[in-house]
Ligand binder design. Structure first.
Ligand code: UDP
Length: 338
């Protein structure tokens, strides 16, 4: 049966893939996004778009008025670890207060299910690896702390108001729509895989490797990369699952790849060497972040289909080769055909 969903942050990297995935299933989708980091051209043309900011309760009220949503997906946080360490108060203020307004709007308008995109960063430098859901919370950055504050808020929204929620702690989201229409287009770009690809393609300066003296096998950080299409599948399953109660899941492949391994894989797949320079560690970066996804696999039957490092890099490479200017050309084409 088709459902109607609100996707907050539906113009962003993961949000735009989620919108396309829901529409492909036959669901009706409303997107709410301030387009600060997202792209109008990334939103599937079949979705209804509301340009608005979570800081504006009237705009939120307007999107809920006259519609009954079966559930809400929240993917609209400020999300850069490095930036959060330069402006911690901005993150600690904006992410929780925006989420608070969204939760409040859900409660006022009778929405009973919310899926929240959380982060592995809230585990900080964990003592165990892979990291399960019950590992101690010790955020490595103000970003992680702000996401944990939202998770706590959701706990109280359930205790007091019976709002069911899923907190999905992504490890490293990467890769692009295998169909090649959607991709990763951040400005500024800070993520390893798109930066490494652009460096290989000669579109950016050499890649700075942030820290080569970590206590890891090759001295660089290990991360658990998950394909965005598999993350979308996890969101859809989680929305169904929370009909019977709230859940918290870690989402990764249970496998770590070092920065150097990613660089080698990009060089091999692109057929061009990624030029690199060694740089200082980036504040807020834990050395190792690898998920145990046992719980989401066993409880929901999550079955990732695209998340080998090669699949991730191949799909990201297709997008960046075909869209050297991100969504700029798509937007221009849309204006010309309008
Ligand atoms: N990284 C790097 N150079 C860059 C960008 C990232 O060495 O220009 C490293 C970063 O320190 C981390 C890993 O690549 O160890 C993944 O970083 P990314 O920003 O892609 O994701 P995060 O782990 O912060 O979510």
């Amino acid at each position: 049966m088709a459902n109607r969903y609100l996707v907050v942050g539906g113009a962003g990297f993961i949000g735009s893939h989620l919108v396309a995935g829901l529409i492909a299933r036959g669901d009706e989708v409303v997107v709410f996004d301030n387009l600060q980091t997202g792209h109008r051209a990334a939103i599937d043309a079949r979705a209804h778009f509301h340009h608005g900011d979570l800081a504006d309760p009237m705009a939120l009220h307007a999107v809920f008025t006259g519609r009954r949503f079966d559930g809400v997906f929240h993917l609209a946080d400020l999300s850069l670890v490095g930036e959060s360490m330069q402006s911690p108060m901005r993150y600690l203020t904006i992410n929780p207060s925006n989420a608070g307004r969204l939760i409040d709007a859900c409660l006022r308008h009778g929405v009973q299910r919310l899926v929240y995109s959380s982060t592995a960063n809230l585990f900080g430098t964990a003592d165990t690896s892979p990291i399960g859901e019950d590992a101690p919370i010790a955020p490595a950055s103000a970003y992680g702390e702000s996401k944990f504050a939202v998770e706590r808020m959701l706990l109280w929204a359930e205790r007091v108001h019976q709002l069911h929620s899923a907190c999905l702690r992504f490890f490293n989201a990467a890769g692009c729509d295998p169909g090649g229409r959607l991709g990763e287009a951040h400005f500024p770009e800070t993520h390893l895989i798109p930066l490494a690809i652009d460096a290989a393609l000669g579109r950016r300066p050499p890649l700075a490797v942030f820290g080569t003296d970590y206590s890891t096998p090759d001295g660089t950080c290990l991360r658990d990369y998950v394909h965005v299409t598999d993350l979308v599948a996890a969101h859809v399953l989680a929305m169904q699952r929370i009909a019977i109660g709230s859940v918290r899941y870690n989402i990764g492949m249970g496998r770590g790849h070092s920065v150097r391994e990613v660089i080698d894989a990009v060089s091999r797949i692109a057929g061009r060497r990624v030029p690199v320079i060694a740089a200082d560690r980036r504040p807020g970066d834990p050395p190792i972040l690898i998920a145990s996804a046992d719980r989401i696999i066993h409880e929901m039957g999550w079955n990732p289909a695209y998340s080998t490092l090669d699949d991730i890099i191949e799909t990201a490479l297709i997008w960046r080769r075909n869209h050297p200017d991100g969504y700029a050309n798509t937007a221009m084409q849309q204006r010309q055909t309008a």
